[in-house]
Design a protein around this ligand. Structure first.
Ligand SMILES: Nc1ncnc2c1ncn2[C@@H]1O[C@H](COP(=O)(O)OP(=O)(O)O)[C@@H](O)[C@H]1O
Ligand SMILES: [Mg+2]
Length: 396
C-alpha cells in the first residue's frame, strides 16, 4: 500500500470527487485541492463538470434499480460500464482545470446507487440492512492511472449505520459557523437536510432525508410531455398550472414524510410504485398536465417544510437555509419552499461561493481526502452508526 501512505503524507491533495444521485441525470465531477484535515482544512475548487447520462445508459440504470426489472447479468455489466462512464467524467474535470491525470492525487467516487435497503433483510438467520453502488473503481483507476477511493457508504452500514447521509461531515467542514445555525438543504432526486447548530462538535447535528426532491416532478413531467422533457425547466410548467390542494393533502399523509429521523429514502420510496399510486390518484381527482406538475411540486416543497416544522426547528431553529442540488434551479419550488419556511431566510449555495451542482461532488472529494489520511468521515449522529469509521475501499 505504498501509494496510500504517500497520499497521506502530501501537503496538499488534488482530488476529483464523483457523484451521481438518484436522479440519474448526470455524473457530477468536482476537482478540488485540499490542505489539511477536519475543521481546519483549506479547500478550493479547481474545476467542475457534469457528464450527462446518455438516454440508453440512464434507462439501463433505472431498470437495474427496480426490484421488478433489475437483472443480475445487467448489474454485472453495468458495474464496469459505469466505471468507464465515471472515468470519462473525472477526465473531463481534470482537463477543464488544464491538468493531466498524472497531476491528480486521487479520485473519490460515490458510484451510482442502484439499491438501498435501510430495513434488515433476513436470510438463513443472518440479517442486515444493505446498500449497493455501482461504477467499478478499478476501471477508473486503470483509465486515469490515479488511485481511487470508492464505495464510501458500506463501512458505515457495517458499523450499524444507515450508510446515509454521508454529506454532514463535509457540511460541517464547509459551512458550519460559530455564531449562527445553518441548514443545508439539498434537493436532488431525494431531498436531504443537514442542520448545523453554531460551533457544533458534530453530536448536536441533525441530518436526514425529508422525502422526494425532484424525483416525482421529473416523473410527472416525463409523462405530461410524453418523454419530451425530463424535468420542469426553472419550474415554468408548474408556474403555469394550478395546485390541487386535495391531492397535496392526500400525498402529505405519506408515512416516510411524516416519520421521525433517522430516515433515508431512495427510488424504493418515491420511484415507480409511488408514481403509479400518484397517477391513479391524479386520474380520480382529474388533475393533469401542468396542474399535476404544480401539485407534485407543491407536495415536494411542503414535505420539506413539514420536516422542518416537526423535526428541525424544535431541535434548533436555523438562522438561514442554504439550498443546493438541481432543485434549487426550480424557481416555483423555491418560492413555495420559502413561503412555507415561515420566515427562515433561504439562500442558494451560489451565494455562499459553491456552484449548486458541484456541492455533492465536492463533498465526496472532501470525504476521500479524509479517508486516505485514515480519518473517519461518517457522523454517527446522522447515520446511526455505533462509531466513527474510516470510509471507503482503496484501489492503488
Ligand atoms: N434548470 C433547472 N430547472 C428545474 N429543475 C432542474 C434544473 N436543472 C436541474 N433540475 C432538476 O435537478 C435534478 C438533478 O438534480 P441533482 O442535484 O443532480 O440530483 P441527484 O443528486 O439526484 O442526481 C434534475 O433531474 C431536475 O429535476
Ligand atoms: Mg445529478
Amino acid at each position: 500500500m505504498k501509494s496510500l501512505s504517500r497520499l497521506a503524507l502530501l501537503k496538499s491533495r488534488k482530488i476529483v470527487g464523483l457523484m451521481s444521485g438518484t436522479s440519474v441525470d448526470a455524473v457530477d465531477a468536482c476537482l478540488a485541492e485540499f490542505e489539511g484535515n477536519g475543521m481546519g482544512m483549506k479547500w478550493r475548487i479547481l474545476a467542475f463538470e457534469t457528464h450527462p447520462f446518455p438516454a440508453e445508459l440512464r434507462k439501463a440504470v433505472l431498470e437495474a434499480s427496480e426490484a421488478s426489472t433489475g437483472r443480475v447479468d445487467q448489474l454485472c455489466a453495468l458495474n464496469f460500464i459505469l466505471g468507464e462512464f465515471f472515468a470519462e467524467a473525472a477526465l473531463k474535470a481534470v482537463r477543464a482545470a488544464g491538468l493531466k491525470p498524472t497531476q491528480i492525487d486521487l479520485v473519490s467516487s460515490h458510484g451510482q446507487t442502484v439499491h438501498h435497503l435501510p430495513e434488515d433483510r433476513v436470510i438463513a438467520g443472518y440479517s442486515s440492512r444493505s446498500t449497493l453502488q455501482l461504477g467499478e473503481p478499478s476501471v477508473i483507476a486503470e483509465r486515469l492511472g490515479v488511485p481511487v477511493v470508492a464505495d464510501l457508504r458500506v463501512r458505515d452500514v457495517a458499523a450499524g449505520g444507515l450508510g446515509a447521509p454521508l454529506v454532514p461531515y463535509a457540511d460541517r467542514v464547509l459551512f458550519q459557523k460559530h455564531d449562527s445555525a445553518v441548514a443545508l438543504q439539498n434537493i436532488g432526486g431525494i431531498s436531504n437536510v443537514t442542520l448545523l447548530p453554531p460551533g457544533s462538535s458534530g453530536k448536536e447535528l441533525l441530518a436526514f432525508d425529508t422525502g422526494p426532491g425532484n424525483m416525482l416532478i421529473d416523473a410527472v413531467v416525463h409523462d405530461t410531455t410524453m418523454g419530451e422533457h425530463l424535468f420542469d425547466p426553472e419550474g415554468s410548467m408548474a408556474a403555469s398550472g394550478q395546485v390541487d390542494r386535495a391531492l397535496v393533502e392526500r400525498l402529505m399523509e405519506d408515512p416516510f414524510v411524516l416519520a421521525a429521523p433517522p430516515k433515508t429514502a431512495g427510488r424504493e420510496n418515491f420511484g415507480r410504485e409511488f408514481h403509479r399510486t400518484l397517477s391513479t390518484l391524479a386520474l380520480f381527482g382529474r388533475v393533469k398536465g401542468n396542474d399535476l406538475v404544480a401539485t407534485v411540486t407543491a407536495f415536494t416543497a411542503e414535505s420539506i417544510a413539514e420536516n422542518y416544522r416537526r423535526y428541525v426547528v424544535p431541535h434548533w431553529r436555523p438562522d438561514e437555509v442554504i439550498v443546493c442540488g438541481g432543485g434549487s434551479q426550480n424557481a416555483f419550488l423555491m418560492r413555495l419552499l420559502s413561503e412555507k419556511l415561515e420566515g427562515i431566510p433561504l439562500v442558494t449555495i451560489e451565494q455562499r461561493g459553491v456552484p449548486s451542482k458541484a456541492k455533492e461532488a465536492l463533498s465526496f472529494a472532501l470525504l476521500g481526502n479524509e479517508s486516505v489520511c485514515g480519518i473517519p468521515g461518517n457522523v454517527p449522529a446522522a447515520t446511526g452508526a455505533s462509531r466513527p469509521v474510516v470510509l471507503g475501499k482503496f484501489v492503488p
